[in-house]
Design a protein around this ligand. Structure first.
Ligand code: UT7
Length: 358
């Protein structure tokens, strides 16, 4: 008699993409009333990347998506080579769902995902955007995984991509110091809960009472229905940093603990925590709340800043490429962002083929 199997979505491909232009802290210090020292000591960030004029979120989403699809192909090929069979007929990803998490779509309407899917040669597949700001990737992952386990999709490309450089106030030294542009993507396939890479559970939540802590006041129906042009500053992203900092620590820790209890893992057993990369002091506080030493944290904000929906998959891609994530590791993802929203996911790390994110 065989043991009962439980259907699950399994991570089988991963990739990231960054724009060509890096902006070091020194460049911000030359332009704004800030210093490299303030940014490094208050956030941990040393540089971030920004898109060039004319580029858009979809360009990063396509680049990350292409790398994730290639990763899935090469991972499947490697699996077969290990077993001596050569590439099989399903070595192509055969994706039938594209979910794009973003708060900086190419246009207010339509969603950006269908254009991304088309550019990746995935014409005809289901494709839609999800907006949960910095928690967007975890929400997108949960949505795609649920569609796979429900039988509504076979394989999904889940992308987190944002270009906050396009909505930041050029004069705001605080948000300019933190945010950068970037994208990351994973491929999910239908599989079994016992497999490495299977997503073992999610915790998602929100609290609209904190809506105004992270917002772009103008540009939506509330402002546009007045037919009055908004003041310039209302078109930009605003954040109440200190309040968001406190909420981020509380929400990610609580969400992580809720999920751990649900799937029967203990915090101390976690090999890696991949938390939303906003501020190294937030990451340390979350590790502290979970009773984990700091070396369990994956940290890549030093070189990329806070890339919003791109943050968690980019951190995964960096950590997989440099060997920080090892096959079999117990990994917890946790995010927090505007809305307010938060969410966590857990998996045992598989062994995907991953290119370094240049
Ligand atoms: O991604 C989703 C969620 N986002 C986050 O999780 C971000 C959460 N928040 C944070 O990471 C931090 O709150 C910030 C990095 C945004 C700000 O750091 P902070 O230690 O909380 O600083 P603060 O806002 O309390 O400001 C302290 C001081 C202020 O000066 P005064 O009023 O004490 O004279 C700020 O004006 O630091 C000043 N300040 C700066 N000084 C130099 C703020 N930004 C800068 C800057 N350079 N870039």
């Amino acid at each position: 008699m065989t043991a009962a199997t439980h259907r699950a979505a399994v991570l089988c491909g991963l990739g990231g993409a960054l724009p060509a232009t890096a902006v070091p802290n020194s460049a911000l210090a030359a332009e704004l009333d800030t210093t490299d020292e303030w940014i490094r000591t208050r956030t941990g960030i040393r540089q971030r990347f920004v898109i060039a004029p004319g580029e858009a979120t979809s360009d990063l989403a396509v680049a990350a998506g292409r790398r994730a699809l290639e990763s899935a192909r090469r991972t499947a090929h490697g699996d077969r080579e290990t077993r001596g069979g050569g590439p099989g007929k399903d070595a192509a990803p055969d994706v039938d769902l594209v979910v794009l998490a973003t708060s900086t779509p190419d246009h207010p309407c339509p969603a950006t995902a269908p254009a991304v899917a088309r550019r990746l040669g995935l014409t005809g597949v289901a494709a839609f955007d999800i907006g949960a700001v910095c928690t967007g990737f975890v929400y997108a992952l949960a949505t795609a995984a649920s569609m796979i386990t429900a039988g509504a999709a076979r394989r999904a490309l889940v992308i987190g991509a944002d270009t906050f450089s396009t909505i930041l106030d050029p004069a705001d030294r605080t948000t300019r110091a933190i945010f950068g542009d970037g994208a990351g993507a994973v491929v999910l396939r239908a599989g079994d809960q016992a497999e490495p890479g299977a997503l073992l559970g999610f915790d998602l939540g929100s609290d609209g009472a904190g809506e105004e802590l992270i917002t772009v006041p103008a540009g939506g129906s509330r402002q546009r229905s007045t037919a009055t042009p908004p003041p310039e500053r209302d078109r930009y992203f605003t954040m109440q940093g200190r309040a968001v900092f406190n909420e981020a620590v509380l929400s990610m820790s609580k969400s992580a603990e809720t999920l751990l209890a649900r799937i029967g893992w203990r915090g101390a057993d976690l090999d890696r925590v991949v938390a939303h990369q906003a501020n190294v002091r937030i990451l340390r506080a979350v590790a502290d709340q979970l009773g984990l030493p700091e070396d369990r944290l994956v940290i890549n904000l030093v070189r990329v800043g806070n890339t919003v929906a791109g943050s968690i998959p980019l951190a995964l891609a960096d950590a997989a490429a440099d060997g920080t994530l090892r096959p079999g590791d117990k990994v917890l993802l946790t995010g927090f962002g505007g809305g307010l929203t938060w969410g966590s996911a857990a998996l045992r790390w598989p062994s995907p083929y991953v290119e370094p994110v240049a």
